[in-house]
Design a binder for this molecule. Structure first.
Ligand SMILES: Nc1ncnc2c1ncn2[C@@H]1O[C@H](COP(=O)(O)OP(=O)(O)OP(=O)(O)O)[C@@H](O)[C@H]1O
Ligand SMILES: [Mg+2]
Length: 489
């Protein structure tokens, strides 16, 4: 993830640097244009003013004083603008009234000067170093006083050094670039922090959540929420995590069930092995009774052996039935009796629960897999007992009834009842109001919320329906209607 963060920062810096560099370059170009324009304009204005001045002097004065007046005029003009050089040339390109300041005319100057004088057109040009700007202004006169016809008098050259301008432009460009560099660093830093927060962090969260899920932490979720694509990615990851968690719980449940069937097989083996010593105990006790009729407590031994034998039979019957995966006719009265007898092992059920059993005598058998029904009814009965955990009066009622073509089984309790808002949800997988194992107080019932949904799944192939009626604080009745011949699957 560090790589992504570095790439984002690099991209931000490249974009900003390019932007600010382009801006500084364009700003410098503009500055150069404006500076040149201003310089050329002031050279031209001055040269043309000086040209008119000379023309006026020549036109108005006689030959003798003309030279002196022009020399004085040029000197004054030079004094006005010390930044610029000012020269006057005659038609033979000789400098009149030399200034000493720009003494030499090189071939470039000469050619340009000649063109200006001959063509009578003013012109500007830079010297090759780009620092000196020249403007050439041809000068005409009407001729000295008393003469007629226009004459080309010569030309005026104004020279200006652009050094200051170029320095100023360089300084502006450097200021722009260094200011831009600081702006790049500051903005890049802020922008990359912001991007890290809105882009990198959610992706980091998604990555760590996926890693945690892969390591088996099914509770890991992305806490990032937003309305954009990253928010939707986070939501999808969470949905996937929910689905994975469900899947894992179902797997655990399946594992649990397969363990149960292993335990069933084990129980059946143990019960089977208990049978012969138990028959021997009972036989010897009866033999002793016959041989020594005066011996006490032998009756109790025989009765206890019978009870143990009963329990062993029950275990064997139940586990044998549960091992069978095929459909068979099932007597639900017997199945319920066996399940309830099994529950007698729980002392709270045995001693503190009032039991009312009403089993219809002419109950028809239902076709099905034994364990489907035993699991379903056990869950209903366990739910009833859990609901009465805190009740003062604990009464469990289990009834069977023949109903047309089917059988009805009712399991009622005097427990806490189910609030109306929960009634619609109790058959949903994972809906539970009980704590999970490990978070419950001592003796408090725990749950995963899979019992009733499993019941619904188990009963589906038989076309059986499960309904619940409940009143909070009074109790609950679950009614299962099983058709005797429905559901051929
Ligand atoms: N007889 C009942 N009285 C009151 N509430 C009940 C009764 N039976 C079920 N419920 C409510 O329905 C919820 C779901 O029951 P379900 O059997 O599906 O799961 P559970 O009993 O919580 O857990 P699990 O059966 O997986 O151990 C229970 O948590 C409980 O709130
Ligand atoms: Mg349950």
């Amino acid at each position: 993830m560090k790589k992504l963060s570095a790439r984002v920062t690099l991209a931000v810096i490249v974009i900003l640097t390019t932007g600010i560099g382009t801006f500084a370059f364009l700003a410098s170009l503009y500055e150069i244009r404006v500076a040149k324009h201003h310089a050329e304009e002031s050279c031209r204005d001055w040269a043309s003013a000086v040209g008119y001045g000379i023309q006026a002097i020549v036109d108005a004065s006689g030959k003798e004083e003309e030279a002196r007046l022009i020399a004085e005029f040029l000197e004054r003009q030079r004094g006005h603008n010390a930044m610029m050089g000012l020269q006057a040339f005659d038609v033979h390109l000789r400098e009149m009234f030399p200034s000493q300041r720009f003494p030499v005319l090189n071939p470039v100057h000469s050619a340009a000067l000649l063109t200006a004088i001959k063509a009578g057109r003013d012109t500007s040009y830079y010297e090759p170093d780009g620092i000196l700007l020249n403007h050439l202004q041809p000068v005409w006169t009407l001729g000295p006083v008393g003469t007629t016809g226009g004459l080309t008098w010569g030309a005026v050259r104004v020279t200006m050094s652009m050094e200051e301008e170029w320095n100023r432009i360089r300084r502006t460009t450097i200021t722009l670039l260094s200011g831009g560099l600081i702006a790049v660093v500051v903005t890049g830093f802020l922008l990359s922090r912001w991007l890290r927060r809105v882009v990198v962090r959610p992706i980091e969260q998604v990555e760590s959540t996926l890693t945690a899920l892969a390591r088996g932490n099914m509770k890991a979720r992305v806490s990032w929420t937003s309305g954009d694509e990253l928010g939707s990615l986070a939501r999808h990851v969470n949905q996937m995590a929910d689905a994975l968690a469900h899947q894992r719980e179902l797997e655990l449940e399946l594992l649990h069930l397969s363990k149960l069937s292993d335990i069933g097989a084990l129980a059946q083996g143990i019960a089977h092995n208990l049978k012969s010593p138990l028959t021997a105990v009972r036989g010897f006790a009866q033999l002793l009774q016959m041989q020594h009729p005066d011996l006490q407590h032998l009756d109790a031994i025989v009765r206890s052996a019978d009870q143990i034998s009963d329990i062993v039979d029950n275990i064997m019957y139940k586990s044998r039935q549960e091992q069978r995966g095929d459909r068979q006719p099932i007597d639900l009265n017997r199945l319920l009796r066996e399940e309830l007898r099994f529950l007698e092992a729980d002392s709270q059920f045995k001693h503190q629960t009032e039991k009312v059993y009403r089993f219809a005598e002419d109950l028809p058998a239902v076709e099905g897999v034994y364990s489907d029904f035993s699991q379903c009814f056990t869950n209903l009965i366990r739910n009833a007992l859990d609901a009465m955990h805190k009740s003062n009066r604990k009464q469990l009622t289990v009834e069977t009834e023949k109903n047309g073509d089917g059988v009805i089984v009712r399991v009622s309790d005097t427990g806490s009842g189910i609030p109306k808002e929960h009634l619609d949800h109790i058959f949903e997988p994972f809906f539970t109001t009980k704590p999970i194992v490990g978070e419950a107080k001592p003796g408090e019932p725990t749950g995963t919320g899979l019992g009733l949904s499993t019941c619904v799944q188990l009963m589906k192939p038989y076309g059986a329906e499960i309904a619940a009626e409940s009143e909070v604080g009074v109790g609950t009745t679950f009614t299962v209607r099983v058709p005797t011949r429905a559901g051929g699957a």
